[in-house]
Design a protein around this ligand. Structure first.
Ligand SMILES: CC(C)(COP(=O)(O)OP(=O)(O)OC[C@H]1O[C@@H](n2cnc3c(N)ncnc32)[C@H](O)[C@@H]1OP(=O)(O)O)[C@@H](O)C(=O)NCCC(=O)NCCSC(=O)C[C@@H](O)CCCCCCCCCCCCC(=O)O
Length: 716
């Protein structure tokens, strides 16, 4: 709702009430409409201030309402009515003015904000455009070029930047509502025509068409199939070329298409998934709201390879003091040189001051004795990690949390060699660790709620999306990746080329197909893991069935030929030289594949893009269902957040489990059955998938409840 009060001196104050962010729900819109009417009718009122309760102006339209029929007064006429008021109206912006919240402020004649306020039109991130006049008013206020930037990226800006851009009239360090009240009193009775943004022309550069074309091609390239950024550019083209009323008609038309699109549903699901994963729960009943996190002020990182360096920077950026330990002198010297520069660059990128002197480098493991938390980031080798954990357990003071940045090794085994297994968790970062948003927080059977809560809280401080997951080989992300990679290799055996597979996946929206990705990360990473698992190496027979399953030795043979990817200048593609970035098809690979097929009596067939996508993605999704069934992830949102934030799954497709829901569970099941083969267990449909289909394929939002019920009745 919105409340109305009349302040001394003829100012009406309208306050939005809808915690936590005063979103423009039907009740709030009704409240505003009524309050504006009241202010208009009251002859004693000469000016109006609109503000939000609890120091937050408004977080925009109520996204939860988008899923149902839109009730209550519509937003667009409400906003027009505010602009038309013949008494000065000011928005007093504290906290946030985002989306519809900023559009409401743009309809006001003046905007006054607190210096800590954040403003923006982030609709594009929800698969929408600023559909309450924002696409037409903002460019009229700040010019086309600046509006294109804000609307197509959806980025939030500080009050200082908003003032510079001309979005705000005044910024204050003290009370923004008091200042707005004082301000509107001073301008009461002055003409308002020039303050109504809809009546202004849109300031454009002389080469407006070329600017719009350039931005359009940039957003198409960046957004890989996303509809909203393209629609935003179209709406802004209308603002630049049409009178306001026609521009609004175009905005409405574009919004109608986006509003009902699968992409908007996916992006809004992704918005809520990100928040759901913060409300973690463990099978033990421990939860985010009944567990206490420790506040960490001093931490250590062991191992200063690529991952360790990134973790040091991520920690240092929060202001935590970090002891960075590396026992190899050469590596330590290099890290001491490189890490401070990385820290400075990243602080600059985030527009933060570089935290002074928070990192100390050491070659001595004893130096971690005083820290509260250690993150081990040594080479991915169990015996090495066990040695480090044993040592840490004896060096650190009692109560120190010991975390491992393993990408898939057994957390419980590591915990077992320490004196306090309850204080051991996995913190699986993604490279580069100071940039990538995802953090898998891995709990073993003995990890305490306090250890999980602390790792999750620390992740949040580092700006990560932390997802609590159970302990199993590969955890969630890498466990699902395995069947995906396996199918990609089988497709090569059957007749596809690396480029064909990659193009299908990139067309779907991944930034990189599986083979380009493998070249980037290095083919030897998987090779080493397969050797450790006894799947390849000396003495292992070179057959296409290993350990009772279909197996493709193709990637091993590539490694044996010295083709490790970008670092050797050759992998699934060829590059200009070692470290080269531009992937070109390599005739060597085609001959290699032909020879391989001939040796194994395989006849290449033509493979459709549809088959490539189905086999790679459905195998991955099927493993996702197994993970839910095993309670390694608490719900589909956890898996989807992991894939969107860590594995390049296109956000506008929501995540693998959301995608399964969109495709239809019945279809996924039918296609898995069709591709299924007795020696490819990953394609055997999971029990959970079968049970969901048998239950009528409930929507993804209902799966958590379904799984819990099935578990209670021991059906899973
Ligand atoms: C605001 C934030 C920055 C706060 O961050 P913080 O970290 O402090 O807190 P959380 O993110 O954890 O959020 C707390 C809590 O609040 C929930 N929440 C936040 N924002 C909203 C919201 N806008 N709506 C609903 N709920 C919200 C959040 O989920 C948390 O609750 P939970 O229970 O999950 O813990 C941050 O929250 C943030 O960034 N919020 C989103 C800001 C945003 O993106 N705003 C834009 C919204 S979209 C919009 O405004 C659209 C408008 O431009 C135009 C609308 C016009 C509509 C017209 C419809 C026409 C349709 C025509 C087609 C019809 C055709 C036909 O069918 O025929």
């Amino acid at each position: 709702m919105a409340t109305y009060s009349r302040l001394p001196g003829s100012v009406a104050l309208i306050t939005l009430h809808n915690p936590p962010v005063n979103a423009l729900s039907a009740a709030v819109r009704q409240g505003i409409v009524d309050a504006v009417q009241r202010a208009l009718k009251d002859p004693k009122v000469t000016s109006v201030v609109i503000c939000g309760q609890n120091g937050k102006f408004c977080g925009g339209a109520d996204i939860r309402e988008f899923a149902g029929p839109m009730l209550g007064p519509p937003l667009v006429p409400m906003i027009h009515a505010i602009e038309a008021v013949d008494k000065p109206v000011a928005a007093a912006i504290e906290g946030v003015a985002l989306g519809g919240g900023l559009e409401l402020a743009l309809a006001c004649h003046y905007r006054i904000a607190h210096s800590k306020a954040v403003l923006g039109l982030p609709e594009v991130t929800l698969g929408l455009l600023p559909g309450a006049g924002g696409s037409q008013r903002l460019p009229r206020l700040i010019g086309l070029t600046a509006a294109l930037d804000l609307i197509t990226t959806g980025r939030h800006v500080s009050a200082a930047e908003a003032l510079k851009l001309g979005v705000l009239d005044q910024v204050t360090d003290s009370n923004a509502v008091d200042l707005a009240v004082e301000f509107v009193r001073s301008v009461a009775g002055q003409p308002l025509d020039s303050r109504r943004l809809s009546t202004l022309p849109c300031p454009c550069p002389p080469d407006v068409d070329s600017l719009l074309d350039k931005v359009m091609s940039k957003v198409r390239q960046r957004s890989r199939g996303a509809l909203a950024p393209v629609a935003c550019v179209r709406a802004l083209r209308a603002a630049a070329s049409l009178p306001y009323a026609q521009g609004m008609e175009k905005e409405r038309e574009l919004m109608a298409t986006l509003f009902n699109s699968g992409q908007a549903r996916a992006l809004q699901y992704a918005f809520f998934s990100q928040r759901v994963v913060g409300k973690w729960s463990l099978p033990s009943g421990a939860r985010w709201d009944n567990s206490t996190a420790r506040i960490i002020s001093k931490a250590a990182v062991i191992g200063l390879g690529t991952m360790g360096r990134g973790i040091v920077v991520a920690l240092a950026l929060t202001g935590i003091s970090v002891v960075a330990v590396e026992t190899q002198e050469k590596q330590l010297a290099e890290a001491s040189r490189v890490v401070p520069a990385m820290l400075q660059r990243e602080a600059g990128r985030r527009r933060l001051a570089t935290p002074p002197g928070v990192i100390s480098f050491s070659s001595n493991l004893q130096d971690v004795s005083e820290v509260e938390l250690v993150i081990e980031a040594v080479f991915e080798d169990m015996s090495l990690k066990l040695q480090v954990f044993k040592h840490l357990s004896s060096v650190c003071r009692p109560g120190t949390l010991l975390c491992s940045n393993t990408s898939g090794l057994d957390i419980d085994q590591l915990a077992a060699v320490t004196q306090s297994p309850g204080l051991v968790v996995g913190m699986h970062f993604f490279a580069p660790a100071h940039v990538m948003k995802l953090l898998e927080v891995v709990y073993g059977p003995r990890s305490s709620p306090e250890a999980v809560a602390t790792a999750m809280q620390l992740g949040k401080r580092m700006g990560k999306v932390g997802v609590a997951v159970g302990n199993c080989p590969g955890f969630v992300g890498n466990r699902m990746l395995k069947p995906y990679l396996e199918q990609a290799n089988f497709l090569l055996e059957e007749g596809a080329t690396p480029r064909q597979v990659d193009e299908a996946l990139e067309e779907f929206g991944f930034p990189m197909g599986v083979f380009r990705m493998s070249d980037l990360s290095g083919l030897d990473v998987g090779w080493r893991i397969r050797k450790e698992a006894g799947l390849t190496g000396p003495g292992v027979e070179s057959t296409r069935t290993r350990q009772g399953r279909r197996y493709s030795p193709l990637p091993d043979q590539m490694c044996e030929a010295g083709r490790l990817g970008q670092k050797t200048g050759k992998g699934w593609y060829q590059y200009d030289g070692p470290g080269g970035r531009v992937a070109r098809s390599d005739p060597w690979v085609h001959i290699f594949l032909e020879t391989y097929r001939a040796e194994h009596g395989l006849v290449a067939r033509s493979i459709t893009l549809e088959e490539i996508l189905e086999r790679c993605l459905y195998a991955l999704i099927n493993e996702g269902f197994n993970i839910l069934q095993d309670a390694v992830a608490a719900g589909p949102e956890d898996i989807d957040a992991i894939y969107v934030f860590g594995y390049g799954w296109p956000r506008h497709r929501g995540g693998p489990m959301f995608h399964a829901d969109q495709v239809g569970l019945g279809r996924i099941l039918q296609r898995l059955n069709q591709h299924s083969h007795p020696d490819v267990p990953h394609l055997k449909p999971s029990t959970l998938l079968r049970r969901l289909v048998a239950a009528g394929s409930p929507p993804v939002q209902k799966w958590r409840e379904f799984i819990n019920k099935e578990r209670v009745h021991s059906q899973l």
